[in-house]
Design a protein around this ligand. Structure first.
Ligand SMILES: Nc1ncnc2c1ncn2[C@@H]1O[C@H](COP(=O)(O)OP(=O)(O)OP(=O)(O)O)[C@@H](O)[C@H]1O
Length: 447
């Protein structure tokens, strides 16, 4: 029986969830504090953790980061906490679910998490042995790029894919860096060889070398059997290093050496193994700035970045939004056995006005939830999560210049949505009319 740990300080809600999941054949252990949750994790083997993000004695994000991707984690968030949820996902959480949610939504997210790939995906997605499966994987992971903002990106993918150049894929969380990496592999001459993905953000630094290069039994405490590292597993094919900016300095040196010499040694072994691997990597932080700050090695940066692809945030690719939304609508219609034909005009307006901090992943989650909850043949606004309805000015520090563009966009969107009625726009933004006027003057918005 699958064992799940729920960490939630609201005891009656936690018990309700426990009963529901027990009826669905899950073995659930409850913890009402972060510290007790940690204790339970030490004492039992869980296949999944579901945790509230705000615990009185503990920060859910810290818990996610401590687990380092060893067990999938789903975070439960309250109203308008998407940005924190996105942060949790960057730290390695599998997914988030916004309260209030229906039991069926929870089952869907649990199902996804339990079937998610482990930190190191050993599955050669497009290997020779899996030609049959490869087609399936391609359709389910279809890369949609249709807007002007992504036209160049598509051209660049087509040009760089057949080469052996290492590609650095840059973009916010959920913009599609991993699907882009898979698409490059698929369009390359290595597409019948393995594709291995390694999440550098989720491996503890002491284990990174063993993940990269493998080890032999007994070479360190915990090395209970021989292990093939990602370089060897990807030999002849492609190695995708996700969140590469999170590698420790020491791990950066080890990686650089392997890339320069094209040879590796398993930990504890003296024999060198020749490897032929194409490296794709991804980052959601500014690696150039990390180089300037001295936290990321410049030589490694240039090795990884023979070519770079910048994936725009969803809010900057509105031409793609409608195509992506329709794509996810048919995907979830099929998955959930529904026949919803479209979104209402109001829903389209909301989609277009929203800033999508979780990018395409968030859009996909919103549509999955909407398809599940819809009872008519059109998705209506009432089945959308509440955070989409109210722009999140309150999470933006007013006056912070780094957030200026975002804030300007929020103001313009709110005004458009209220037909330029400043009182209504101020209400929507949850600021006073006076603040709104001040911000309009401050930004010199021509309205
Ligand atoms: N262009 C796209 N077309 C279709 N689906 C997409 C596209 N981009 C992303 N997706 C979907 O959105 C989800 C998130 O994509 P992906 O995991 O590639 O993002 P990411 O940028 O690697 O995120 P993270 O930085 O959090 O790892 C996936 O389910 C993916 O299939």
């Amino acid at each position: 029986m699958t064992k799940i740990l729920i960490i939630e300080d609201d005891t009656s809600f936690a018990q309700m969830l426990q009963k529901f999941l027990a009826r669905n054949s899950y073995d659930v252990v409850l913890s009402h504090t972060g510290l007790d949750g940690e204790k339970q994790l030490k004492e039992h083997d869980f296949q999944l953790v579901i945790t509230d993000l705000r615990l009185p004695d503990y920060d859910g994000i810290k818990l996610v980061s401590n687990l380092k991707g060893e067990i999938p984690v789903i975070v439960m968030t309250g109203y308008a906490e998407v940005s924190t949820a996105v942060k949790a996902m960057k730290m390695g959480a599998y997914d988030y679910i916004s309260k209030p949610f229906t039991p069926d939504q929870m089952l869907l997210v649990i199902d996804g998490a339990l079937n998610s790939k482990p930190v190191v995906s050993r599955e050669p997605v497009y290997s020779k042995e899996k030609v049959e499966g490869a087609k399936e994987a391609t359709t389910s992971q279809e890369l949609i790029l249709t807007s002007e903002a992504t036209q160049k990106l598509e051209e660049h993918i087509v040009l760089v894919a057949p080469t052996d150049m290492s590609v650095l894929i840059i973009g916010e969380s959920g913009t599609g860096k991993e699907v882009t990496a898979k698409a490059i592999h698929q369009k390359s001459t290595r597409n019948e060889k393995p594709y291995i993905a390694l999440d550098c953000g989720a491996i503890p630094k002491e284990l990174a070398a063993s993940e990269f290069f493998g080890h032999i039994k007994g070479s360190f405490t915990g090395a209970v059997a021989d292990k093939v590292g990602s370089f060897e597993a990807a030999n002849g094919g492609t190695l995708f290093l996700d969140e590469v900016g999170n590698l420790s300095y020491e791990n950066q040196i080890q990686l650089l050496r392997a890339l320069q010499e094209r040879k590796i040694k398993r930990i504890g072994s003296n024999s060198e193994i020749q490897v032929d691997v194409r490296i794709l990597s991804a980052t959601n932080e500014d690696l150039k700035a990390a180089v300037e700050k001295g936290t990321f090695r410049e030589d490694l940066y240039h090795r990884l970045n023979e070519f770079s692809l910048q994936i725009p945030a969803l809010k900057n690719r509105h031409g793609d939004l409608s195509v992506l939304a329709s794509h996810f609508l048919s995907k979830f219609n099929e998955k959930l056995n529904k026949q919803i034909v479209d979104f209402s005009a109001e829903v389209w307006d909301i989609f277009n006005a929203y800033h999508w901090p979780g990018n395409i992943r968030e859009l996909q989650n919103v549509i999955q939830r909407a398809v599940l909850l819809s009872t008519t043949d059109k998705v209506e606004a009432k089945v959308l999560p509440s955070e989409l309805m109210s722009p999140v000015l309150e999470t933006v520090e007013l006056g912070s210049l780094s957030k200026a563009d975002f804030e300007k966009e929020q103001i313009v969107n709110a005004l458009k949505r209220t037909n330029y009625n400043k009182s209504k726009a101020a209400k929507l933004l949850q600021v006073t009319r006076k603040t709104l006027y001040n911000r309009i003057n401050y930004y010199d918005l021509d309205l």
